[in-house]
Design a protein around this ligand. Structure first.
Ligand code: GUN
Length: 289
């Protein structure tokens, strides 16, 4: 039997608590936390995420605004918008949805966002703070994943072998940093790694974030391991569109001690942690902590 980690239910509980916390800070300060999401272009997956972010922000009492720029927008236009949002006292969190069109340099944009409003945790200042264990705004997907791991294994992860598959700036690298902070023994594996399957099969915690549909099956899994599947891959199967992770859920799930499904695992947690970060940013900016 598969022991599913229900990220959707966990995220729903988090949002309920968050609604209470947001109401409390409103009561104290007379102000509301504000989140602004910027979407450049019309990538269908990004549009879905942006809509969900807006809906769930509203659900917990965060004022959410959306800015849409055409796919042809210049870097200067986007920089000007970020600057406006940096200076807007109603905006406590700024998220620029990735990926950006090729004429815009991602690093330039992410660095232009004020670190204290960087609810994605992607600004080099926040990345650096995470790396040295300083208080910062944490990247949402890795932070949400740690919540789910602790939900499955308990709060003490020290000494466990954690393997992160993938080395992206958005997930792989910050995930490894967070697990290291939890005193795990952390290995990052990637496309050039030798004996990747054997390394994964030694993991007590396996985090898959590569973007390859169902690459990881039962052979890669240690009996009883906690498996976190960050992948969201759209595939065609039996003539139908389907969403699958980087892990073959049916096969890996039989061997894992606990495993996140796709959808309904990490995805809902990412958005919940974005809302958590927005409240954190609000409290710091408004000096309520
Ligand atoms: N695109 C895919 N994941 C993310 C994310 O966590 N934040 C942003 N800004 N864009 C994304």
């Amino acid at each position: 039997m598969i022991n599913k980690i229900d990220g959707a239910a966990y995220a729903s509980n988090l949002r309920k608590q968050l609604a209470i916390d947001v109401a409390a800070v409103k009561e104290i300060s007379g102000k509301s936390p504000g989140l602004t999401v910027v979407l450049v272009g019309e990538d269908p997956a990004s549009q879905v995420y942006v809509r969900k972010k807006g809906e769930q922000a509203a659900e917990v009492g965060i004022i959410s605004t959306e800015h849409r720029l055409p796919a042809t927008a210049s870097q200067a236009e986007l920089l000007a918008l970020v600057e406006t949002l940096n200076n807007d006292a109603q905006v406590h969190g700024i998220l620029v949805q990735l990926p950006l069109p090729s004429q815009i340099d991602e690093k330039t944009i992410l660095t232009a966002i004020l670190p204290e409003k960087d609810v994605d945790g992607f600004h080099p200042v926040n990345v650096g703070k995470l790396s040295i264990g300083d208080e910062s705004l944490l990247p949402c997907t890795p932070h949400g994943s740690v919540h789910l791991i602790k939900h499955a294994l308990g709060d003490d992860l020290s000494g466990l072998n954690a393997v992160v598959v993938g080395r992206s700036n958005i997930v792989g690298k910050p995930m490894a940093a967070l697990l290291l902070q939890e005193s795990c023994t952390v290995t990052i594996v990637h496309s050039r790694t030798k004996n990747i399957e054997a390394i994964c099969a030694n993991a007590d915690i396996l985090v898959a974030a590569v973007g390859r549909p169902e690459m990881i099956n039962a052979d890669w899994i240690k009996e009883g391991a906690c498996v976190i599947d960050v992948g969201i891959n759209r595939i065609q199967r039996d003539g139908k569109n389907k969403l699958v992770g980087d892990v073959d859920y049916a096969s890996a799930g039989e061997k894992a001690g606990a495993i996140t499904p796709v959808p309904g695992g990490v995805g809902p947690m990412t958005i919940a942690m974005l809302l958590v970060n927005t409240l954190t940013a609000f409290k710091r900016i408004e000096k309520l902590t």
